[in-house]
Design a protein around this ligand. Structure first.
Ligand SMILES: Nc1ncnc2c1ncn2[C@@H]1O[C@H](COP(=O)(O)OP(=O)(O)OP(=O)(O)O)[C@@H](O)[C@H]1O
Length: 254
């Protein structure tokens, strides 16, 4: 039986007097690729922060790999890429390899030197995202799409079982988005990494994902992609808050 990686049970959260999440129950199991979709302000980033243990829910239980998030210490099992990762300016003085190695800081320690093995792991992560040829380049010299691949490599360097990404394609030009998603597909299918991906690009991602969760304060749907695809656009539009018309894409998101 597949093991649980993320479990949220009846989670509630509010900022001051406004409730942004209620009755959130969700389970992600090993090897699954979940797309978390919802309109602006629907609580997606807040839920990700709660899952990562960066915010405490007002009510409910959150578990990672079967352990309560408060006591969970195996941080290297989770790679996280935020929305704002690709905001390095051209003057930032770090090479691609250094950025990827910084993903090992939790393991190696802040002031300890990286070993030859750490360097090899960083190069391996860069190979997976097809950025090894850029290892000595300054991160600021790369395009948004290339930078985001490097941040994925940094998230992968600790060999995580789960990759959480909050709108990783923001700032990537459209022609590179399809190859970015195709890389995520490879990470999930060939490397067996579970993925939780927050996105607005519902057509592109729902073809890649194995499961879909639709959030707008509460979870309006969660389940296998095929069930999501069988829903009417009219039903999706109701909870999304504005008309939605889905377009079928191929498995590479094209
Ligand atoms: N620090 C905060 N203090 C008060 N309200 C907040 C705070 N952060 C977010 N909110 C509000 O909580 C709601 C949910 O925000 P959240 O960022 O989780 O949504 P989201 O679905 O990720 O949005 P987007 O798709 O626009 O990134 C929004 O109404 C937002 O304005």
């Amino acid at each position: 039986m597949k093991k649980s990686i993320i479990e949220c049970e009846d989670v509630y959260f509010q900022y001051e007097d406004s409730t942004v999440l209620e009755e959130i129950t969700l389970e992600v199991k090993e090897g699954e690729f979940w797309a978390l979709i919802g309109p602006n302000g629907s609580g997606k980033s807040t839920l990700i922060n709660i899952i990562l243990g960066l915010k405490n829910p007002d009510q409910g239980i959150v578990k990672l790999f079967g352990e309560n998030v408060d006591s969970f210490r195996q941080r290297e099992r989770i790679g996280y890429v935020s929305q704002k990762s690709n905001s390095f300016n051209t003057g930032f003085p770090a090479t691609v390899l250094e950025v990827v190695k910084s993903g090992l800081t939790a393991k190696v320690g802040l002031f300890k030197a990286f070993s030859k093995q750490d360097e090899q792991r960083a190069m391996e992560a860069l190979r997976i995202v097809k950025m090894d040829a850029f290892s000595t380049k300054n991160i600021g010299e790369l395009s948004g799409g290339q930078q985001q691949r490097v941040f994925i490599a940094r998230a992968l360097v600790g060999k995580p079982d789960l990759l959480i990404m909050d709108e990783p394609t923001v700032g990537i030009d459209q022609k590179n988005v399809a190859s970015f998603y195709s890389m995520l597909n490879e990470l999930n299918r060939e490397h067996g990494i579970a993925i939780l991906l927050v996105t607005h690009e519902i057509d592109l991602v729902t073809d890649l994902a194995t499961h879909v969760a639709c959030l707008n304060r509460s979870i309006h749907f969660h389940g296998r992609k095929a069930e999501y695809q069988n829903m009417d656009d009219a039903d999706i539009s109701k909870w999304y808050g504005h008309p939605v018309r889905r377009v079928h894409t191929d498995r590479k998101g094209v």
